[in-house]
Design a protein around this ligand. Structure first.
Ligand SMILES: O=C(O)CCC(=O)C(=O)O
Length: 337
């Protein structure tokens, strides 16, 4: 590499760092303005009963997210918490459907989970091994999960999006920090900073669903005095986990997590259409997804059960068995069209 090229690369790196800092600053300014708009304080967060499908679907279509209340009872949530701890202790690397602790109808094929997926997708749900038990880590920082995040003319944005994620947060986030944040209505805009930011108030037992096009982040913070005022994510990120620890000076400002460990379950469903196919192509470029598929093995009876539960089950393991995961992306890279 000659000197001109080295200088060019250094200048490009500097411009990219400056560009990122500018984007972060504009996010903080924009979200601070949202936080001080009185309308944001009065916003009533609707929650839906699973029986109220029509209203839930309408809300989801408009907002890009929806909460179903009281899907699981306290005993089930306690057993989910134990299962997540076991999965982590055993370092189980496969998906949840194939796991000993949360396999089969315990979560992914649970009737209530599939009813919600069917209701939001308005079609037979398709499951392809994208599910996780998360403990103490979350994606903090607003992002989308669909493949096309920059170009509104790319395939993800040409028709209504049909890949959804469901989150079961295994502690309260109505009065406590650490839950999901979304940008309201952001499933309709490719730009990452579009849409009012909201801390989603799931209670223990609720299920939240969002479109993979919806901009979201883990670890929303709640202020002690004004719990419904949204704290910009870059600010929380800067403060780090001490913001939620319930100790020290920050504990006078922020509400802590409800429990020591922040646990959550995530499951993704599509309907086997072009959006799902593109998402699967995209996941084949991602290290975490292929590593999970390679560690997943379904017993033959799981396919019978899928039929009985009216869900399409896509086995990705064989298709990705020869991929060298060390060559895959650890971060998002746009998928070529
Ligand atoms: O940890 C969280 O709350 C967010 C998880 C997330 O970003 C995702 O599942 O896409």
């Amino acid at each position: 590499m000659n000197r001109d090229q080295t200088t060019g690369l250094a200048a490009a790196a500097r411009a990219s760092v400056l560009g990122q800092a500018a984007r972060r600053l504009s996010e903080v300014l924009q979200d601070t303005a949202y936080a001080f708009a009185p309308a944001a304080w009065r916003w009533a967060y609707p929650k839906f009963e699973a029986s109220n499908a029509a209203d839930a679907v309408k809300f989801f279509d408009e907002h890009g997210w929806v909460i179903f209340r009281n899907v699981f009872d306290g005993e089930e949530i306690r057993s989910f918490r134990q299962a997540v701890e076991n999965i982590h202790q055993n370092a189980y690397a496969g998906d949840l459907l194939s796991s000993g602790d949360l396999g089969g109808r315990r979560l992914v094929f649970d009737r209530r989970i599939l009813d919600i997926a069917r209701c939001i997708l308005r079609d037979t749900p398709s499951y392809f091994g994208d599910s996780t038990a998360s403990a103490d880590v979350g994606a903090m920082g607003f992002h989308k999960d669909n493949p096309d995040r920059e170009d509104v003319s790319a395939p993800d944005w040409r028709s209504p999006y049909t890949v959804i994620r469901m989150g079961v947060y295994l502690q309260d986030h109505e009065s406590h920090s650490g839950g999901l944040a979304v940008r309201d209505g952001s499933h309709l805009a490719v730009h990452r900073n579009r849409g009012r930011p909201l801390a989603i108030p799931t209670r223990t037992g609720d299920v939240v669903v969002w479109s993979l096009r919806t901009t979201h982040s883990g670890y929303a913070a709640r202020l002690r005095a004004l719990p419904n005022v949204f704290v910009p994510v870059p600010v929380v990120k800067m403060l780090g986990s001490s913001a939620f620890a319930g100790r020290g000076v920050l504990s006078r400002v922020f509400r802590p997590l409800e429990l020591d460990r922040r646990l959550a379950l995530f499951v993704t469903f599509g309907i086997g259409d072009g959006h799902q196919a593109r998402y699967l192509s995209y996941l084949q470029t991602r290290h975490y997804a292929v590593a999970k598929w390679q560690a997943t093995d379904y017993d033959p009876h799981v396919f019978d059960d899928a039929k009985a539960c009216d869900v399409k089950l896509v086995r990705m393991g064989e298709e990705v068995s020869t991929i060298d995961v060390s060559k895959l992306h650890r971060e998002h890279v746009e998928l070529p069209r």
